[in-house]
Design a protein around this ligand. Structure first.
Ligand SMILES: *Cc1c(COP(=O)(O)O)cnc(C)c1O
Length: 360
C-alpha cells in the first residue's frame, strides 16, 4: 500500500492513524461483534462514541456550557438555510459579509427567508482582500451578522474576528475550524461541514450559544431545527453515526498532536513555507493580500498557464494529488489541512522548485 499526499480542498485527506484505527475496528468495534455502522444510535455503545466526540471537541475548542454542540446532516449548505430559520426570531433582515464564493452561496440561500444586507464586499477587488470592519454598513435590527472566516476557493482568510457588539456573530468555519485556537465566546454560532478538517462529507457541526435557541421559524424543517435537535442530543432523527465516530477519532488524534496550539503553530509554519517559496520563485504567484492569505487553501498560478497540464501530470506522478484549482477560478490550489504534515509541504515545494527549474 502507498498513500499519496492529497491536497484536495474537500473531501480532504484524513490522518492516516485515524483511517488505520477505523480499519482495525471496522468489523468488530471494541469486541462487541459488530461495526459502529451497524449499531443502534441509541445503544449505550454508540452514545458513548458520540458523547466522547462532543467532549473532545469541547475540550479542543474550550467550548463552555453556554453553547450547544450539534452533529447534523446536510453539510454546511443545509445550514445556509438553517441559519435564518433559527436565528431571525421575528426579525426581517440579516447582515452578511461577502468575501467570495461561499459567502455568495450563503447569501443566496438566506435571501429566500429574509432581506439580506451585504455590509461589505470585496468582489470589486476580485475577492483578494478582506474588507476592514470600519467600512461595514450594518443594518438596523439585523438578527445576526454572517461571515466566512476562510474562503476555501479564493484562499482568503480573516486574520481577526469581527466585533458586532450585541448582534450575534455567525461564522461558516468549514475550512478553518480546528486549524488554530479560536475564542468561541466571540460567536453566536459557529458551523462547519466536516469534510475539510473533521471527517467524512455530509456531517456538519453546529456550535450555538444556548440563548439563541428557543424561537425557530415555525416552518423550520425538524432536521434543521437547532432547538429540537439540541433537546434531543442531535438524535431527533438518526444521526450520521459512522461520520460522528470518525470525527471523534480525528478529535482524539488532534489531542495527541498537542491540541490546537500545537497544530496552529505547525499550520503557520506550513503556510509560511509554501507562500514563502511561491513569492520567492519568480515562477509561481499567489494574488491574495499578504495579511489575508489562508493557512489552509493556497491558490497559485504558473508563469505560463499553458504549463498547467504538465504540472498536474508531473505532480501526480510524484504522488502529489488534487492540485487543480476550483473549476470556477482555474489555476492551482494546494489545500494543506491538519492531516497534511510538513513532509507534504516539503514534497510539494521540492516538486514545484524542480518543475520551475525545468520549465522556467
Ligand atoms: C466546503 C464548504 C462549504 C460546503 O459544504 P457542503 O458540505 O458541500 O455543504 C461551505 N462553506 C465553506 C467555507 C466550505 O469550504
Amino acid at each position: 500500500m502507498s498513500r499519496s499526499f492529497n491536497f484536495c480542498a474537500g473531501p480532504a485527506a484524513l490522518p492516516e492513524p485515524v483511517l488505520a484505527k477505523a480499519r482495525d475496528e471496522l468489523l468488530d468495534w471494541h469486541g462487541k461483534g459488530l461495526s459502529v455502522m451497524e449499531m443502534s444510535h441509541r445503544s449505550k455503545e454508540f452514545v458513548s462514541v458520540s458523547d466522547a466526540a462532543e467532549r473532545d471537541l469541547r475540550e479542543l475548542l474550550s467550548i463552555t456550557d453556554d453553547y450547544a454542540v450539534l452533529f447534523l446532516q446536510g453539510g454546511a449548505t443545509a445550514q445556509f438555510a438553517a441559519i435564518p430559520l433559527n436565528l431571525l426570531r421575528g426579525a426581517a433582515n440579516a447582515d452578511y459579509v461577502n468575501t467570495g464564493q461561499w459567502s455568495i452561496k450563503a447569501i443566496a440561500e438566506a435571501r429566500k427567508y429574509c432581506a439580506v444586507n451585504v455590509v461589505a464586499s470585496s468582489e470589486g477587488e476580485r475577492f483578494l482582500t478582506v474588507p476592514p470592519q470600519s467600512g461595514w454598513a450594518t443594518s438596523a435590527g439585523a438578527a445576526y451578522l454572517h461571515y466566512t472566516p476562510n474562503e476555501t476557493i479564493g484562499g482568503l482568510e480573516f486574520g481577526w474576528i469581527p466585533d458586532t457588539g450585541t448582534v450575534p456573530l455567525v461564522a461558516d468555519m468549514s475550512s478553518t475550524i480546528l486549524s488554530r485556537p479560536v475564542d468561541v465566546s466571540r460567536f453566536g454560532v459557529i458551523y462547519a461541514g466536516a469534510q475539510k478538517n473533521i471527517g467524512p462529507a455530509g456531517l456538519v457541526i453546529v456550535i450555538v450559544r444556548k440563548d439563541l435557541l428557543g424561537s425557530p421559524d415555525p416552518r423550520t424543517p425538524a432536521v434543521l431545527d437547532w432547538t429540537l435537535q439540541s433537546a434531543n442530543g442531535s438524535m431527533y432523527n438518526t444521526p450520521p453515526t459512522f461520520s460522528i465516530y470518525l470525527a471523534g477519532l480525528v478529535f482524539q488524534w488532534l489531542k495527541e498532536q498537542g491540541g490546537l496550539v500545537a497544530i496552529g503553530e505547525l499550520n503557520r509554519r506550513k503556510a509560511e513555507a509554501l507562500y514563502g517559496y511561491i513569492d520567492a520563485s519568480g515562477f509561481y504567484a499567489n494574488p491574495v493580500e499578504k495579511a489575508s492569505r489562508s493557512w489552509m487553501n493556497v491558490p497559485f498560478t504558473l508563469a505560463d498557464a499553458a504549463l498547467e497540464k504538465d504540472f498536474l501530470a508531473g505532480a501526480r506522478e510524484a504522488g502529489l494529488l488534487n492540485l487543480e484549482g476550483h473549476r470556477s477560478v482555474g489555476g492551482m490550489r494546494a489545500s494543506i489541512y491538519n492531516a497534511l504534515g510538513m513532509d507534504a509541504v516539503d514534497a510539494l515545494v521540492s516538486f514545484m522548485r524542480d518543475f520551475a527549474a525545468r520549465k522556467g
